[in-house]
Design a protein around this ligand. Structure first.
Ligand SMILES: Cc1ncc(COP(=O)(O)O)c(C=O)c1O
Length: 393
């Protein structure tokens, strides 16, 4: 029904992943000619978006006027129904707020609720915006490393509590976790929420990867765990990873606490910010109303890609990988090769002709690891594996 094997030429489409990376490689690694390098880095998919979503955008384009717009109740209901259906999470539509992306939403929340110098705590390695945004706002970033346990990542709650006791204002949670692909358990989330209550820490729960979870695991929305209503929690969700529409720009903040919502509304007014643009609203509504089958099929395809990557990379000397529980990103442990990060990256780019992410992009705690994006046709995945092998020789 859906053809995830189809290869698309994304070059010259204004794609960060396929076009702009060449500039980055030139600057960072002195790569003059990146034309034959395969990009498996930034987190978007090389799959066509669901037809129901492109149809909805086209339908809106068929009307020739694009005046000021607002997010309709139908769109809000589609969001609420999706999270009810897929995550057993009942969201009050009145608690939804919109933003251009989860990253700008993080920026807004941190700016609204903290001052320069305030401590923002994160569990590393983690998605780079979690530290780059607070640093750019002169907040103090407190990194609390996750602990590797049998190749999966775990929270170090003792270390976390020490930091909280020391005056953390905000904790930013990545759930499921990028780059580790961990689906946090209810117990993990409850413990975190209790700590946030105890030390009056605002919890930002970035759940952008919530929809892409593999068999045997279930994403637990932070706002559904015990005592969540007693904590200060803002959850960020989005259809952009799920449906491959990051370039459309859309994110949603779920803000049940009235006071927090009022402050965010005041900030929205102060910056003259609007909700979603008219095409984004059409895409969001269609995706959440009609995208289930596509997402289920996409997850099955990515899961099988993951199996291939795990099997093939684990055959290589010094390389260890485990299948993630969630996300289309795989975290590769190359510490056994003895290569430094710089050597590994040069090997990948020069010998393998493969662009994947170096672990320290996710903080120092990621040293010795690489992140590979496998949301692409199997043929591309196999090509990527061959390139990876060449890089090691
Ligand atoms: C954890 C996490 N948050 C946010 C984003 C990006 O969000 P947006 O494109 O909505 O700004 C990503 C993208 O990879 C991500 O992994």
């Amino acid at each position: 029904m859906y053809n995830f094997d189809e290869l698309f030429d994304r070059k010259n489409t204004g794609s960060l992943k396929w076009d702009q990376f060449k500039e980055r490689l030139k600057l960072q690694y002195n790569v003059e000619d990146a034309s034959d390098i395969l990009p498996m880095w930034v987190a978007d998919m090389d799959f066509a978006i669901p037809q129901v979503v492109s149809d909805a955008i086209k339908e809106r384009l068929d009307h020739p006027i694009f005046g000021y717009s607002y997010v309709s109740d139908e769109c809000k209901n589609a969001i609420v129904a999706w999270f009810e259906r897929r995550h057993s999470w009942h969201i009050d539509p009145n608690t939804l707020m919109f933003h251009q992306g989860v990253v700008p939403a993080l920026g807004t929340i941190i700016e609204t609720f903290t001052k320069p110098g305030d401590k923002i705590c994160i569990s590393t390695p983690v998605y780079p915006a979690f530290f780059s945004i607070p640093k750019a706002q002169d907040r103090k970033v407190v990194e609390c490393d996750l602990v590797l346990d049998n190749h999966s990542m775990k929270f170090d709650f003792t270390a976390l509590e020490e930091q909280f006791r020391d005056g953390v204002k905000v904790y930013v949670l990545c759930s499921p976790h990028n780059p580790g692909g961990v689906v946090w358990t209810r117990e993990d989330l409850e413990q975190l929420v209790q700590l946030c209550i105890q030390y009056d820490v605002l919890l930002i729960s970035d759940e952008i990867h919530a929809d892409i979870v593999f068999d045997g695991y279930k994403h637990i929305p932070t706002l559904t765990v015990k005592d969540a209503e007693k904590a200060k929690i803002i959850t960020c969700i989005a259809p952009t990873k799920t449906f491959n529409i990051a370039g459309v720009h859309a994110a949603i903040m779920v803000v049940p606490d009235k006071e927090l919502r009022a402050k965010l509304n005041a900030d929205k007014l102060a910056h003259g910010r609007d909700d979603l643009n008219v095409l984004a609203a059409a895409a969001v509504k269609a995706a959440y109303e009609k995208g289930d089958d596509w997402v289920d099929a996409m997850i099955a395809y990515v899961s099988s890609n993951m199996d291939v990557v795990v099997e093939e990379l684990n055959k290589l000397d010094g390389i260890k990988v485990s299948k993630p529980q969630s996300t289309y990103l795989i975290w590769i442990d190359y510490r056994g090769t003895g290569f430094s990060e710089s050597e590994m990256m040069h090997r990948l780019l020069e010998k393998g002709k493969l662009a994947i992410e170096p672990g320290t992009k996710y903080s120092e705690a990621g040293r010795g690891f690489l992140r590979m994006n496998v949301a692409c046709p199997l043929e591309t995945v196999k090509d990527g594996i061959e390139r990876f092998k060449k890089a090691l020789v």
